[in-house]
Design a protein around this ligand. Structure first.
Ligand code: ATP
Ligand code: MG
Length: 772
């Protein structure tokens, strides 16, 4: 019926043109020559990005499954959801502990060895420090380029895309999870200017998705009894819990985690989901706390000595005066400017990298990361050598701080290249240290001036440059911690100025460092509520809440004036088509028909020949096809939408093929479970090229009616595009049919028709009378 002739179908629906050419498939199989896993990943992911199916496909397998559900199904489903929330929390908490434990121990060994060696030779110490860093960074970039290309970067733009309805291949696989965990250990332990917090969000999302599908299908770790959350809809909720768990674990900030998921990553939110996300975050907080208590007794090596996840500032500034609001607003402006500049620079550099570097293969990527590691090690070791040491301040007894800190352990006042014992090197204290300790040192609220302006400016310029250059290398990398370090440096600088200016007020430089950190994150990531809560939670200082709110609002406003937020820009660069919550202004003057002008709709007849289906799938990349039948009078009638993935399942199973070119009738056998049609998260899925059919099979027929979505969403052609956008975005749709203005109306539904409880008696009576 399809081959060669134009099919007489409703207005605007053309005929599938059949040709046996090998175009890139929906899975991106054919796109571009192969260079390396990571380079391929970058090139393919944009081409292979597909939408998720949040819509319920009410085909016969679905309806049958619904009918078979016992009355215990709903309680079981709800119980399992809560159980999964618990497991996601435990899993993410444990992953965070493991990453932190490894990073802290590697860093501890590195600094212990380096401090021991520099007593004898600075040159050998430098060599050991550099080689240690290089080995860790190499392990990270090697894992990512060879094993888990989707683990590069923070993963937040991809997860944001996933929760917006776009599936980037490979982001939620087991190998990505493993690559992310071990890659983060290497890149953060290796001292690069990046953090482990963004990757933890991705780690939480991977754990959630893998739990939801009962393990990894590829490695046969897939257990059936938990495979209840197989639809993209259910998985979306689990992944949301995973994101919140990641932030909660990274910063030990449970409420911050919930708000981060709500404000930054999700596109759909329900109050039911809020409770579960909240529960998951609380579980994470308990797991992290228990592990830290256990480790505090010295069972975990270098981990636990400093309680590194928390940056409590005890004894900080408790109050503020109105005169301080102006310099604080200035910090907000600086944060907005530097944050927007960071986004712009990283955008340019990522584009340049894609065009010139990463196409050349994994060796170039490995070389690039190793070179950046060498530069970072050299700068962080050599620059503090050029600084003069300062004498230790007279600390109050019981202040809890030693000056200088004993070599080999980290903390305030590092004694590095100092001629006397009671001296410290201020630049080494922030540069030649683990990030968590450096931040604690920058936030530290003591009344004397611990850092010179010269050291802070040197650190700011060098670290900012390193963070910009390191962003986009093929290693797992988060931007939270670099952002906090950059922001707290200029915040402290402003603080020093304010202390000088307002001599009589009780001003702490550490408070300004904290506000600086908030302002840079606000200026770059453009979050407000969640960042504010995270900052309060990590510092345990509620007094500063209004000030943090002020700087965040200012920095976001200033940043928004110049460009989009970091994650939005990166998502766009990676070809992830995010849909904002609101349509563009111009859409108000366009109609649905304008959006699909000159489109020749590729559709399939209800009973299609196998050869035609194969041909349509090969020649088109589309994932959905309208299915057309003939009405009683022979007029064409659209009966639904069939998905590519469902066609592929049917072609592979072959059990529904028939000899007859006529519909199979109502007594069709159910040969499929609903779960047969489910595609694992972020997998490449089946490709038409993987399916082998004999000549005889190609000549058979398939009746598509039982498998299609009989009730896709439909809009009239003259509906404004803004309205279509809202419908599409709010319902999380993948396809909408645009049809001519309908000729008749069979009914009208109002709010009252949807309140079934009130009308259930009438409705049931009606149903009974019609069935008699
Ligand atoms: P997604 O990529 O979001 O998963 P899809 O793969 O079905 O959905 P695309 O092929 O990516 O859709 O869509 C690209 C363009 O092709 C869009 O403009 C869309 O309107 C159009 N298109 C999609 N399906 C068909 C079809 N069956 N016939 C004709 N045009 C189509
Ligand atoms: Mg597509």
């Amino acid at each position: 019926m399809l081959s060669g002739v134009d099919h007489d179908v409703p207005d605007g629906i053309g005929m599938a043109r059949l040709a046996w050419t090998r175009l890139p498939t929906a899975d991106g199989e054919e796109a571009g020559p192969s260079t390396s896993a990571a380079a391929d990943y970058e090139l393919l992911s944009a081409a292979a990005i597909e939408s998720l199916d949040y819509e319920v496909i009410e085909n016969y397998a679905y309806r049958e499954e619904q009918a078979q559900r016992s009355k215990f199904w709903v309680p079981y489903y709800v119980m399992l959801k809560w159980l999964f929330s618990l497991l996601i929390g435990v899993g993410t908490g444990l992953a965070a502990i493991f990453i932190n434990l490894a990073v802290e121990n590697f860093s501890g060994w590195k600094y212990t060895a380096t401090f021991a060696i520099i007593k004898h030779s600075y040159f050998v110490g430098f060599f050991v420090y550099t080689v240690f860093n290089l080995a860790l960074v190499f392990s990270s970039v090697y894992i990512v380029t060879n094993f888990a290309p989707a683990a590069a970067g923070s993963g937040i733009p991809e997860i944001k895309g996933y929760l917006n309805g776009v599936d980037t291949p490979g982001i939620l696989l087991l190998r990505t999870l493993v690559g992310k965990i071990f890659g983060s250990i290497g890149s953060v332990g290796g001292g690069l200017a990046l953090g482990k917090e963004g990757p933890l969000v991705h780690t939480g999302a991977c754990i959630a998705s893998l739990l939801g599908q009962g393990g990894s299908a590829k490695y046969h770790l897939n257990s059936r009894w938990v495979r209840i959350f197989e639809s993209d809809r259910d998985r979306r909720d689990l992944v949301t819990c995973g994101c919140a768990a990641g932030v909660a674990a990274a910063f030990r900030a449970p409420v911050g985690g919930v708000l981060f998921a709500l404000e930054e990553v999700t596109s759909w939110w329900r109050s039911h989901l809020m409770w579960r996300v909240f529960f998951t975050s609380a579980v994470v907080a308990v797991v992290v706390r228990s592990a830290m208590n256990w480790c505090n007794s010295g069972k975990c090596g270098h981990f636990g000595a400093g309680g590194f996840i928390i940056w409590d500032i005890s004894g900080g500034q408790e109050d503020y005066s109105y005169q301080e609001l102006f310099p604080m607003a200035i910090i907000g402006v600086i944060g907005g400017l530097l944050g927007a500049l960071f986004n712009q620079l990283t955008l340019y550099i990522t584009k340049w990298r894609r065009t010139y570097l990463h196409k050349k293969g994994k060796r170039v990527q490995i070389f690039e990361a190793c070179l950046i590691s060498l530069v970072t090690s050299t700068i962080s070791f050599v620059l503090p050598l050029l600084r003069k040491c300062s004498p230790c301040p007279q600390l109050e007894t019981n202040s809890g701080i030693e000056c200088p800190h004993p070599p080999g352990t980290d903390g305030n006042f590092v004694n590095f290249y100092c001629s006397k014992d009671r001296e410290y090197n201020d630049l080494a204290t922030i540069f030649f240290n683990t990030q968590d300790d450096a931040i604690r040192n920058l936030f530290s609220a003591k009344t004397f001036h611990e850092y010179s302006a010269q050291s802070l400016i040197t650190f700011l310029v060098m670290f900012y440059s390193l963070a910009v250059v390191t962003f986009g290398t093929a290693v797992p990398a988060g931007q939270f911690v670099p952002g906090i370090m950059i922001g707290s440096t200029y915040g402290r600088l402003v603080g020093m100025f304010v202390v000088k200016f307002y001599k009589k007020l009780n001003i702490e430089e550490g408070t300004y460092a904290l506000l600086g950190a908030a302002s840079f994150l606000g200026g770059s990531m453009r979050m407000t509520v969640s960042l504010c809560v995270i900052m309060v939670e990590i510092t345990n200082n509620l007094q500063l809440l209004p000030l943090i709110m002020l700087v965040l609002l200012v920095s976001k406003a200033v940043g928004d004036f110049f460009n989009e937020g970091l994650y939005e820009e990166q998502a766009r660069l990676r070809g992830i088509p995010l849909l904002d919550s609101r349509p563009k202004q111009v859409m108000r003057n366009m109609t649905a028909k304008d959006a699909c002008k000159n489109q020749k709709v590729v559709c399939l007849p209800r009973v299609s020949r196998i050869v035609d289906i194969v041909s349509v799938l090969r020649t088109n990349k589309h994932n959905g096809f309208p299915v057309v039948d003939r009405g009683q009078n022979g007029e064409p009638l659209v009966i639904g939408l069939i998905l590519r993935s469902h066609l592929l399942v049917l072609l592979q199973a072959k059990v529904d093929f028939q000899n007859s070119p006529f519909p199979c009738g109502p007594g069709v056998l159910n040969r499929h479970n609903f779960s047969d049609f489910v595609k694992p998260a972020s997998s490449k899925g089946k490709s038409i090229d993987d399916i082998h059919l004999t000549e005889d099979e190609l000549g058979l027929y398939l009746d598509l009616a039982p498998f299609l979505n009989p009730s896709p969403y439909i809009v009239p052609e003259d509906m404004s595009l803004a309205k279509v956008y809202n419908l599409f975005r709010q319902l999380g749709l993948r396809h909408i049919f645009v049809v001519p203005r309908p000729s008749r109306v069979v009914g009208l539904i109002t709010r009252k028709d949807l309140l079934l409880e009130e009308h259930s008696n009438n409705v049931m009576a009606e149903l009974q009378s019609t069935s008699v």
